[in-house]
Design a protein around this ligand. Structure first.
Ligand code: ADP
Length: 478
């Protein structure tokens, strides 16, 4: 059963299957991936519920070894996994390799964390009483993941969930089942006990909703769009489950006149366009001080001219295709809307023809934009960015914060004063100074504010907050 779901430690065929198509070449079908049914959701949760008591009390050494073995296998199969990832998602081989490495490192990190779970001990206010504070697993955790990081996002949810003793059911995005399926294979190969990890591939509206609504699920971690996140929150909180949501962004990159122009242009190019702009931390609003505006735009356009937009696995490609026809249509719709709103399309924004039929789009740069235009309000999730001209730092900060989102915010400046002020006053979960808004470390907390996130942070030691529940025990020594 090459592309079956994993339920209770068994590969279970679906009643039907969906084709996984390469966005660089729509004639290339990677495979037909089995679609789970609602009965499969039930079976996967039943298996997780059965496995939970034993796994939750397993030795941290056992969990550490499992995660370490999974991490090693991912790293050993880096090239094979990266090729598959680039083929199904459309990011370049280089980026795919980086993502696979990241997934391996995350498993290794949480292999260490499994044996470092800590508690606290306090003296009670009452004589001879001790207070012990410990962290226990939450129970059964449903993970619902998006298509833009097909292996890293599942990894950064699965690894901490298992490290802290939870059982997991993963529902990956419809567009990228292959990377998740490979990861499930690696989990099985590493000896993951039956029911501790399950994989259900298929549509989010039915499977994702069924998982989030099921009373056997103690916690739901979701990454995806704001609209879907809100549905997940409603379904999961209705039965009291813990919820963590990572959603959109409309991340600003401020460029001040005193910035190192080369650093600023590189940050904008990477943040706005690499990985086809399909990152929730992408810089879509480039807020540029008047004094440097024209030089910045000219330099960025020059860098855009040099980009190679082609097959994700091509040797020279720097920007791959858009992930799907639907996403391409959304990008094009916003490009048209930007024009209608009076913005100047200074570069790109055109569908491109290549040797194979794929969803190729030249990176689009708008100038003469205002922050209240739809292209600066809504998350587009493609290779589309706008320049917003501002008078000075104060206006830049006000514009940066004038958004419903708050994931990442960047500033390019050589002024310690402005960098420090921006770090303190940017309304975002992550702030970058002289760096792209996208690109984070695996051992540091990840998450945002406002409409971007809900619940506690992911990654690093902060992940313990979500994947454990705290117990306070009082003991009288008699
Ligand atoms: P995108 O627009 O990027 O595909 P979504 O938020 O729609 O983002 O999808 C993110 C994940 O949520 C995917 O795995 C998808 O299948 C799943 N999903 C979609 N609809 C629902 C829903 N109603 N309940 C739970 N999960 C869902």
């Amino acid at each position: 059963m090459p592309h079956a779901n994993l339920i209770g430690g068994e590969w279970v065929a679906g009643a039907d299957a969906a084709a996984n198509v390469n966005p660089s070449n729509v004639a290339d079908v990677i495979g037909d991936y089995d679609q789970a049914s609602l009965a499969d959701v039930d079976a996967a949760l039943a298996a997780a519920t059965v496995a939970a008591p034993k796994w939750s009390r397993s030795s941290p050494q056992v969990r550490s070894e499992l995660l370490d073995a999974v991490g090693s296998e991912i790293l050993a199969r880096r090239d094979e996994l990266a090729d598959l990832l680039a083929r199904e998602e459309g990011k370049t081989l280089n980026d795919a390799r980086g993502e696979v490495m990241r997934a391996g490192q995350i498993f290794k990190f949480f292999a260490g964390e499994a044996v470092r779970i800590q508690g606290e001990r306090l003296d009670s206010t009452r004589p001879d009483v001790g207070v012990e504070i410990t962290r226990e697993p939450v129970g059964v955790v449903a993970l619902i993941t998006p298509w833009n990081f097909p292996i890293a996002i599942p990894a950064w949810k699965i690894a901490p969930a298992l490290a802290y003793g939870n059982c997991v059911v993963l529902k990956p995005a419809e567009l990228v089942p292959a990377s998740a399926r490979m990861l499930a294979d690696i989990m099985q190969g590493a000896g993951c006990p039956a029911g501790v990890f399950g994989l259900l591939m298929g549509p989010g509206a039915s499977l994702g909703h069924a998982l989030a609504s099921d009373a056997r699920v103690d916690a739901v971690s979701f990454t995806g769009s704001v609209a879907t996140g809100r549905k997940v929150l409603a379904a999961a909180s209705a039965h009291g489950a813990k919820v963590q949501l990572e959603m959109g962004g409309k991340n600003p990159l401020v460029v001040l006149a005193d910035a190192d122009l080369d650093v600023a242009v590189r940050a904008a190019l990477d943040g706005a366009y690499f990985q086809t702009g399909q990152r929730c931390t992408a810089s879509s609003r480039l807020i540029v001080e008047d004094a440097v505006h024209d030089r910045f735009v000219a330099a960025l356009k020059q860098r855009l001219e040099a980009q190679v937009i082609d097959d994700a696995r091509g040797p020279d490609t720097t920007i791959g295709p858009v992930v799907s026809e639907m996403q391409l249509a959304q990008d094009m719709r916003y490009i048209e809307l930007g024009r209608q709103e009076g913005a100047t399309l200074a570069f790109g924004g055109e569908r491109l023809r290549r040797a194979t039929v794929g969803y190729y789009l030249s990176p689009a740069l708008f100038t003469d934009t205002a922050n209240d235009m739809a292209i600066n309000r809504d998350e587009i999730f493609g290779p589309v960015a706008s320049v917003i001209r501002v008078r000075d730092y104060d206006e830049a900060l006000a514009v940066a914060n004038d958004t419903k989102f708050g994931l990442s915010a960047g500033i390019c400046t050589r002024s310690l004063k402005y960098a420090t002020h921006f770090r303190r006053n940017a309304q975002a979960g992550m702030v970058m100074v002289n760096l792209p808004t996208a690109g984070v470390d695996y051992h540091a907390p990840f998450g945002g504010r406002k409409a971007s996130s809900y619940g506690s942070r992911e990654q690093g030691r902060y992940a313990a907050e979500f994947y454990t529940t705290v117990k306070t025990a009082y003991t009288l020594a008699v």
